[in-house]
Design a protein around this ligand. Structure first.
Ligand code: PLP
Length: 392
């Protein structure tokens, strides 16, 4: 008999009743160190007092009015994002998937309205993840996500990760309008795109008149130690998808764009009932106020150095279980020799939450403000987990 919850997830038999900072507690009282942060969502930890205050103040004032009216919290958050990035304009969504939908629509409308309607093609990369909607799964293209869901949204050209020749050939096609890429692949196994490759993508887009779209849903919002991951490369996209960390645990996403890329998105061309609602934007403003500061990002980089050093030592200590550390900032991956799902399970038994990814990787995505002592504890718990797997 089917369960009352559609069984699309393989869930761990754990259920939490309380969160505080980097810790989660079960009803039994057992505590777990959360190095997954709700898949890079709880960027400022659980029950962060500043976010709780912002949410409850807004909850007591006004929840929802719809986008038929001006929403000051939304305007403020858009102004902050525009001020802090390449973007001239922002549309708010409730999730990363919805941001993907708009990014695809925006690119196609741009070419349609500027006399190049054949440029509907969007180049994407093997191993990518852009959400589970029809556009998202067609964009990623992996059989695991698309099988049985035909007909798929047309127009995505899938290029192997790191295959420069295939990329150059695809970019030269007359039916291509955009390149969509995660600066650091998350679900694909914490695979950073080297800075010189992001620069090369920008050059390729400029050469062929293509729009460059970054999916920073997982790698953005301070995760890599810059506000957005692409900032390390010195280049900027034309369109960017944001979600996960921007709401710090409250559902919120956004599409950021230059005026040029967004030029065709006029009144009536897109919408969302809940997108940019007062509750989400009140929290988003609080998150931005904390993360988008040099001092906070400097701390992320310092903590990332500490964590990475400890993980390198872990890999050296357990060469039969781990192969390498990869990633950027506090978006870290342990490439495993043992099955990554076994490592995650051993972690649960030891009292530490991690997240599996493709390519046999275990993701370490802690809150960005994880205290140093929790990093030390986390490394000790991961060591305990590895020791429990090591042959006696
Ligand atoms: C999580 C994720 C998405 C989808 O976001 P949802 O909020 O789950 O819809 C899209 N792109 C990337 C890179 C992600 O990590």
């Amino acid at each position: 008999m089917i369960s009352s919850i559609l069984p699309t997830y393989n869930r761990a038999p754990l259920s939490f009743v309380k969160g505080e900072g980097s810790w989660l507690t079960e009803a039994s009282g057992r505590r777990y160190l959360d190095l997954g942060a709700g898949i890079a969502v709880n960027a400022l930890g659980h029950a962060n007092p500043a976010l709780v205050a912002a949410l409850t103040a807004q909850a007591n004032a006004l929840w929802h009015v719809s986008n038929l009216y001006t929403i000051p919290q939304q305007q403020e958050l858009a102004d902050r994002l525009v001020e802090a990035t390449f973007a001239d304009t922002v549309f708010f969504t409730n999730s990363g998937t919805e941001a993907c939908e708009l990014a695809v629509k925006m690119a196609r409308k741009h070419f349609n309205d500027t006399g190049r309607p054949q440029r509907t093609g969007i180049i994407t990369f093997e191993g990518s993840f852009h959400g589970r909607s029809s556009a998202g799964i067609a964009a990623a293209g992996s059989e695991k996500m698309t099988k049985g869901f035909s007909p798929l949204l047309a127009g995505f050209i899938h290029v192997p990760f790191g295959d420069h020749d295939a990329l150059r050939d695809a970019a030269a096609r007359h039916d291509v309008g955009a390149i969509l890429i995660e600066p650091v692949q998350g679900e694909g196994g914490i695979r950073p795109v080297p800075d010189q490759c992001l620069k090369g993508l920008r050059d390729l887009c400029d050469e062929h008149g293509l729009l460059l779209i970054f999916d920073e849903v997982q790698c953005g919002m301070g995760r890599t130690g810059k506000l957005f991951a692409h900032e390390w490369s010195g280049i900027t996209p034309d369109i960017m998808m944001v979600a996960k960390g921007i709401g710090g645990g409250f559902p919120l996403g956004a599409v950021l764009a230059t005026a040029m890329a967004a030029d065709a998105m006029t009144a009536g061309t897109h919408g969302s009932t809940y997108g940019g609602n007062p509750l989400a934007c009140a929290v988003g403003n609080a998150v931005m106020g904390i993360i988008a500061t040099d001092a906070f990002l400097a701390e992320v980089n310092r903590k990332a150095g500490l964590f990475r050093q400890g993980l390198e030592a872990l890999v050296a200590a357990y060469p039969d279980i781990f192969e390498a550390v990869r990633g950027s900032g506090l978006m870290l991956g342990l490439k495993c020799r043992a099955a990554n799902t076994d490592v995650v399970k051993a972690g649960l038994a030891a009292g530490v939450l991690t997240v599996p990814a493709a390519d046999n990787v275990v993701r370490i995505l802690p809150p960005l403000n994880i205290p140093d002592e929790d990093i030390v504890t986390g490394l000790a718990l991961l060591d305990k987990a590895a020791a429990s797997m090591a042959p006696a």
